[in-house]
Design a binder for this molecule. Structure first.
Ligand code: DP6
Length: 349
């Protein structure tokens, strides 16, 4: 593709800035992959710093184009690319026409082992819809068929966890009784509880199995049905801890939850182990130090080897200093993040 994809772009630039989210109660397994109906309810905290910033602009050519870093692709040569399939979906849902040039970047390095599909699909959905409807006004978007709820629903169709990134604070995705009754909604705004996420990058290798594949493999695990049966009680306990801002109660649930998810992954068909020896070494260290009474932080781990340490804002420096002191010689990368207010769409030139 030549640069013509950019040269024939015209009109207003619509820029969506969407944060990533860290799942406290993990979405793991799909009841219906085609409809993106999850096996269980999930609950997450939307972040502040780890974001995708995506701009969308109309273009005259009869196809879409997408630029990420220095790579430019188009929908003629890469029609099966998820970005272009998603733009087709948005146009169909809104019954609109017109092609777009999309430019996307992350505020975090793409090779650091932190997945960007949640923030990426949330930002693509918002920028794409704003450009197709030519507005960033939430009321007008809603009047024209793109309420925040619908936007989250479309983002979820791109990547499940992206639906939760469409809101700030603590967000719940409820699976519902059937695919059409699922719901994504904020539980508490970011102002409810100033929690931090200290992300410790222990390994930046590419995942051995994508989370989309692992969602399917989960059904083959003998542990999966037991996990699903315990989800309502786990959700109740997490929500109660968040409601009264009890970090210890929440922390106990966080650790049990992510280890359960990884146990399902490790016993799935096919099985996958995302954890590396460094992960176990690190989480063991966290538990030891916490039991000595001075490290008030609890871990959660997504589909990868890196660790998210959750702590209250007043303890963030202590936690970061402790990691730096203990793990400095390994050149462990740390990203400091915290709860955030959610996405924003801006109108540019
Ligand atoms: C471990 O949202 O990446 O991060 O819907 O197939 O795109 P797809 O999966 P994805 O799965 C996220 C898995 C997780 C847990 C979570 O975010 O809830």
């Amino acid at each position: 593709m030549t640069q013509s994809g950019i040269q024939d772009a015209y009109g207003t630039t619509w820029k969506a800035s969407c944060p990533s989210n860290i799942a406290f109660l993990k979405y793991w397994g799909k009841r219906d992959p085609a409809l993106q109906w999850p096996a269980n309810d999930s609950l997450s905290m939307t972040l502040t710093n780890a974001k995708t910033i995506t701009s969308a602009r109309r273009r005259a050519g009869g196809f879409d184009s997408f630029q990420f870093q220095d790579k430019l692709i188009d929908s003629v040569t890469s029609p099966q690319n998820k970005v272009f399939l998603h733009l087709n979906r948005l146009r169909n849902e809104l019954n609109l026409e017109g092609h777009l040039h999309i430019h996307s970047e992350n505020t975090f390095p793409s090779d650091c082992g932190i997945a960007s599909s949640a923030s990426g699909f949330a930002a693509l959905t918002m920028a794409g819809i704003a450009a197709l409807l030519e507005t960033n006004d939430w009321n007008e978007l809603a009047l024209r068929g793109a309420s925040k709820e619908s936007i989250a629903h479309w983002a979820r169709l791109g990547s499940g966890s992206a639906g939760r990134s469409c809101f700030g604070g603590f967000v719940q995705w409820t699976a519902g009784e059937n695919p059409t009754s699922q719901k994504i909604a904020p539980l508490y705004p970011a102002s409810h509880w100033d929690l931090c996420d200290v992300i410790v990058i222990l390994d930046d290798d590419k995942k051995s199995m994508s989370s989309s594949e692992a969602h399917l493999a989960a059904w083959g695990s003998p542990l999966f049905k037991t996990r699903l049966a315990g989800i309502p009680e786990r959700l109740r306990r997490m929500r109660a801890a968040i409601e009264i801002r009890d970090v210890e109660k929440l922390g106990v649930e966080l650790e049990a939850e992510c280890l359960e998810m990884h146990s399902v992954a490790m016993t799935g068909t096919p099985a996958v182990c995302y954890l590396k020896p460094e992960t176990t070494e690190f989480t063991t260290w966290v538990r030891e130090q916490r039991s000595l009474g001075w490290l008030p932080a609890w871990f959660t781990i997504d589909a990868g080897p890196n660790v998210h340490l959750i702590c209250e804002r007043q303890n963030q420096d202590l936690v970061v200093d402790a990691i730096n002191k203990k793990w400095r010689e390994r050149r462990t990368k740390i990203m400091i993040d915290r709860i955030g207010e959610g996405p924003m769409i801006q109108r540019g030139e």
